[in-house]
Structures are given as structure tokens and as C-alpha cells.
Design a protein around this ligand. Structure first.
Ligand SMILES: Cc1cc2nc3c(=O)[nH]c(=O)nc-3n(C[C@H](O)[C@H](O)[C@H](O)COP(=O)(O)O)c2cc1C
Length: 195
């Protein structure tokens, strides 16, 4: 039985995206009893507007919020555009961040990975994403940092062929599932104490 479900979001819709490929590889490397579900359709979200939120919530935003709420944890693959995350991913995080203070990312175990063609491998985009996740009160995995540099040599035909990067990807998934399990244990202990 699958005990842990992780929702994976890619910040790129490019055919042959290295970041989407990272998520496909992560699905193969996920620990036992863990299922990684790759979200489809971030590009169907309109740009965030309060006109489309609240009572008249856009259906694509509802779909995203429901998927995050249902998942035990979230894995973000973060491409770097102009030293930051892509607008696609920021838009998704903005949609997920409402209603303020009681949205689906509060306390949500979340991990970040990224691949880029440069030698810095999305570090700037990942740091910006960490700031945004801090604003969202997500429970973010601090280590390891998975920075796939010069991605064309490490992701070949969609396969992550670099051993170090594969090991780091496995480790970040382990860290994420450990965080999810620890959160569950704490919650169960709190429920026992309250009963
Ligand atoms: C508009 C644009 C801006 C970019 N800016 C950066 C950047 O600041 N840093 C970087 O490492 N790569 C940058 N790149 C290169 C991307 O890392 C590269 O295109 C990568 O493959 C995008 O991720 P994807 O393969 O998942 O689509 C940029 C690419 C585009 C199209």
C-alpha cells in the first residue's frame, strides 16, 4: 500500500524540460511506499487575480489547491529564468497562497530541486523559491540542495545519468518523506494527548 503521496510541480512546460525530467526521474527513485504524482496543467492557470479568487474561484485554481491539500508533501522542480523562478511557478505559488494564513501550504512538507544549463544550476531561483515558501509557512526541506548544473550533460534523453545528482535526488526524497513521517508521528502524539 502506498502510504505517502508527493505532488510534484514543474516550473517549465518546455518539451524536453530538464526540470520536468528531474521529476520523472524522482518518481523512479521515490522511497518504498511513496508515490510521486506529477501535476499536469499549471499552464492552464490564469495569472493570479483577486477577481478570480474567493466566491468565484477559478476551477484550475481549485484543482491545484485540492491537489496540494490532498498530498502529504510537495516537490518543486525550479527552472531559473533571469536569476529567479519562472513566472509559471510563481503564479502557481500565488494561487496556492490564499486564503491568507489558512491555505494549503501552511506546514506542508516541501522540497526543491532544479536543473539549468548554467554552472550554477538554479541556485538563485531556488533561493528565491525558499523565500516564497517561507512566506507561505511551508515546512521546507533544507538539505540536500539538488542543483543539476550544465543539465544537457547530466540529463540525456530524459534520464538523469549523473551518479552524484541521482544520489542527491534520492536523498532529498528521503528527507522529504522523513519530514512527512515525523510530522505524522507528532500529530498522532498530540491527538493521543488530547484524547
Ligand atoms: C528567459 C530565460 C531566462 C533564463 N535565465 C537563466 C538564468 O538566469 N540562469 C540560468 O541558469 N539559466 C537561465 N536560463 C536557461 C535555463 O536554465 C534553461 O533554458 C533550462 O533548460 C530551463 O529549464 P527547463 O529545461 O526545465 O525548461 C534562461 C532561459 C530562458 C528561456
Amino acid at each position: 500500500m502506498t502510504e505517502i503521496q508527493i505532488l510534484a510541480l514543474s516550473g517549465s512546460t518546455r518539451r524536453g524540460s530538464y526540470n520536468s525530467a528531474l521529476l520523472e526521474n524522482a518518481a523512479q527513485l521515490a522511497p518504498n511506499d511513496t508515490e510521486l504524482i506529477i501535476y499536469e496543467g499549471l499552464n492552464n492557470l490564469p495569472f493570479y487575480s483577486e477577481e478570480l479568487d474567493g466566491d468565484s474561484l477559478h476551477p484550475e485554481a481549485k484543482k491545484l489547491r485540492d491537489a496540494i491539500a490532498k498530498a502529504d508533501g510537495v516537490l518543486l522542480a525550479v527552472p531559473e529564468y533571469n536569476y529567479s523562478m519562472t513566472a509559471l511557478l510563481k503564479n502557481a505559488l500565488d494561487w496556492a497562497s490564499r486564503p491568507a494564513g489558512r491555505h494549503v501550504f501552511v506546514g506542508k512538507p516541501t522540497a526543491i530541486v532544479g536543473a539549468s544549463s548554467s554552472i550554477l544550476g538554479t541556485i538563485r531561483a531556488q533561493l528565491h523559491t525558499r523565500e516564497v515558501l517561507h512566506a507561505l509557512q511551508a515546512d521546507t526541506v533544507p538539505r540536500p540542495e539538488v542543483l543539476v548544473t550544465q543539465a544537457a550533460s547530466k540529463i540525456v534523453d530524459g534520464v538523469l545519468v549523473d551518479d552524484t545528482a541521482r544520489a542527491l535526488l534520492s536523498q532529498v526524497l528521503e528527507s522529504l518523506t522523513t519530514k512527512i513521517t515525523n510530522q505524522r508521528l507528532l500529530q498522532e502524539a498530540a491527538e493521543r494527548k488530547a484524547s
